[in-house]
Ligand binder design. Structure first.
Ligand code: URA
Length: 432
């Protein structure tokens, strides 16, 4: 039997713990034998002293062993691919990517999470579609991927229960932004869900966990290492989250933008990210093609309507109405206009995310209700030249009071200057 106080002390002193010690700690915590206060103290010791590669691997492995695992590949008789984002503002990538990949002939079953704080979650976006069921049994999930080609459901409680408990604890003890804990949290869920190859979208910037490219690279390298130790292929895309992705931020607004993108009329940065990630997923699949061919096929699936058809098939299969007119709309829409002429030098993702959160598009605590209709559409993005009075953004609100607060918040997210900012695309780097 381990002495938890001793493990906390040794980690606090910077010692490396053995794999057995970490496994006992994590499994003891999941079973309720280790109390929250000791686990919180251990996480804080990790914040200051870090974890070695061996310890991070042991932690990930123990988290996977805390629950059930899924072998989607065996159930489908195919090589299975998966995708995950570390979370950002306006990040609706999975909703467009899954139908494109499925339309290219690669079955795609994905488990997603809800949003917390200023970042949105795929499940909340999907729940803005009337009738959409996020909770399927594992049998229903596998059957839908086999018969329809695609599905997105909520993470089942049986998969990595240790992460569910640990993440909730980290969220309230200032121990979320710790690279090895983020890496093991994300990778334990992806590995337990059984994919052979995984594309990870690591967001970088003021709206993301990782504020700098260097930190994002460290996280990416740790996740690639964890994947390789488990015999999986992992590619990390490091992508810009200094401004919101695309134009729309807020659940139903983002689903509308996904539909426009599947029709070939999406925002440039969002379309670029979706096509790039699709191309890499197809290259990692069993189609035996390279990234360039993956990109050509992804573009074709959008152009010939097969990606949109896959989207409609998928949403109907999960009980939803895929028509854009079924999405909820907010009663109050207010414009945010440029107070002066100039070029947009900055559009703070965090500030836009917080303004959307205040409107009710997100949740502060995990029990908050989400208003699916509200949000913000940022028409002007970084690098765009605007005249005084030009439309910068629309605020979609439940009432006038929340609209006024959001207009002020969005306005403060914009910086207008005379010199254009340094230009770069959405993709900042790829690891490995
Ligand atoms: N996303 C996760 O799933 N886990 C973390 O720790 C951080 C982001």
């Amino acid at each position: 039997m381990i002495r938890v106080a001793e493990l906390i002390e040794r980690k606090r002193n910077g010692e490396e713990l053995s794999g057995e010690e970490i496994a006992e700690l994590v499994l003891g915590y999941t079973r309720g034998n280790v109390p929250d206060y000791q686990m919180a103290a251990w996480c804080m010791a990790v914040y200051f002293k870090g974890l070695s590669g061996r310890e991070t691997h042991a932690l990930t492995d123990a988290m996977i062993r805390s629950g059930e695992t899924l072998d989607l590949g065996a159930a489908l008789g195919r090589r299975v691919v998966d995708k995950h984002s570390t979370g950002g503002v306006g990040d609706k990538t999975s909703l467009a990517l899954v139908p494109i990949v499925a339309a290219c002939g690669v079955p795609f079953g994905k488990m997603s999470g809800r949003g917390l704080g200023h970042t949105g979650g795929t499940l909340d976006k999907l729940e803005s579609i009337p009738g959409y069921r996020v909770e399927l049994t594992i049998e229903e999930f596998v059957a839908q991927v086999r018969d329809v080609g695609l599905a997105i459901i909520g993470q089942t409680g049986d998969l990595v229960p240790a992460d569910k408990k640990l993440y909730a604890l980290r969220d309230v003890t200032a121990t979320v932004d710790i690279v090895p804990l983020i890496a093991s949290s994300i990778m334990s869920k992806k590995l337990a869900a059984g994919a052979d190859a995984i594309v990870l979208d690591v967001k970088v910037g003021d709206g993301a966990f990782m504020k700098t490219l260097d930190d994002a690279r460290i996280l990416a390298e740790q996740m690639v290492d964890l994947g390789q130790r488990a015999g999986r292929e992992v590619v990390c895309l490091l992508t810009d989250m200094d401004q919101p992705l695309g134009h729309a931020v807020g659940n139903a607004l983002e689903v509308r933008e996904v539909l426009a993108t599947l029709r070939g009329h999406g925002p440039e940065d969002f379309t670029e990210l979706v096509l790039d990630a699709c191309a890499r997923l197809l290259a990692l699949s069993d189609l035996d093609i390279d990234v360039d061919e993956g990109r050509r096929r992804s573009q074709r699936a959008v152009a010939d309507g097969s990606a949109l058809a896959a989207y409609e098939r998928w949403i109907r299969a999960q009980g939803g109405d895929p028509d854009v007119s079924a999405l909820p709309t907010a009663p109050v829409v207010r414009e945010v206009t440029a107070p002066r002429g100039g070029v947009v030098t900055r559009l703070g993702a965090l500030q836009v995310g917080l303004a959307a959160l205040e409107l009710g598009a997100g949740r502060r605590t995990k029990d908050d209700a989400v208003d699916h209709a509200v949000g913000i559409v940022c028409h002007a993005k970084r690098g765009q030249t605007v005249a005084r009075g030009h439309l910068l953004a629309d605020v979609h609100a439940r009432d006038e009071e929340s609209a006024s607060a959001a207009v002020a918040g969005v306005l403060s997210a914009y910086e207008l200057g005379d010199e254009p900012p340094r230009a770069h695309g959405i993709l900042l780097d790829v690891v490995p």
